[in-house]
Design a protein around this ligand. Sequence first.
Ligand code: IPM
Ligand code: MG
Length: 368
Amino acid sequence: MSRKVLVLAGDGIGPEVMHQVFRVAEWFAKHREMAFDLSNGLIGGAALDAHGVPMTDETLADAVAADAVLLGAVGGPKWDAVDFSLRPEAALLALRQNLAVFANLRPAIVFPALASASTLKTEVIEGLDLMIVRELTGGIYFGQPRGIETLPDGQRRGVNTQVYTTSEIQRVAAVAFELAEKRAKRVCSVEKANVMESGRLWREEVTALHAQRFGHIELTHMYADNCAMQLVRNPKQFDVIVTDNLFGDMLSDEAAMLTGSLGMLPSASLGAADTSGRRRAVYEPVHGSAPDIAGKDMANPIAMLLSFAMMQRYSFGLTDDAELLETAIRNVLAGGMRTSDIMSPGMARVSTSVMGDSIIRELGKLVR
Ligand code: IPM
Ligand code: MG
């Protein structure tokens, strides 16, 4: 089985957190004989500076040819003034769309050692294990028409279009139901069916698919505004949430913060399964490029490393290795190591690289 992985570290803290992935991958190659064929490419501002575009056609072709893509983060104030179509974020959207990775899995898991790092009361978030499945290649992010036009009376008008089809809704809902099968068997589908026709269609199509194939899973529906509120009121009521691109963007940031820090949250973006069951996939942390702390060896590498673990699990079926890495991370946190974003009194504040060192050392202990 080939394990061709394209690494796109990107901008800001992307390269620093990705460096820890290279170290961990090296450890797995050496100690578990699980080598990945890693190659590097540029994306975002880094590509814009080097080539004048945020992603070249060659890089896109490399991504299409790879078994998986590992992505750091894109964007930063340096590129704020560039044209919309050339923004670093445009490369991320183009990558998602061209690879057709329509299902974005964003797990929000509260590590026991970090329960007190959340801004919410410990009893509200302790033991939280929720999965947001965000539709990633449709909706208002890509809908036509879009643009800014000038009206005859001189006013300007900005337009974006929220649009979904039956198949777009059903394929992402199927991923959510299938995930729920291996979890607590509950799916909450989130939209604004009270205001938006696309939301009404969403609800009808999810309901139809549920009746057809997933009657053994409990399905509930919730309006997105209520979901935002329920996530801070009682997040443990949820098992799997499935929602559209824009609501998923917002609700996943909210869910991330329940866990204490955006620096802890990985994600997997998956396409349709081919005949051999493999899916196109992009793995990336939910956090951004954090330009304010870039280059300071301060960033939390855990979201990036957990994204690597998701790659081991979902792209390569290396469940034991994924669990090994997740356990090493959990143990290091239990031992009191904290990067600045998750620091709390009495804990040891460490740098990005020392966090990486500690996780690698812990991996060594676990296999001994
Ligand atoms: C995310 C990010 C992106 C998005 C941005 C950087 C384009 O916020 O992955 O959640 O909106 O999808
Ligand atoms: Mg976002």
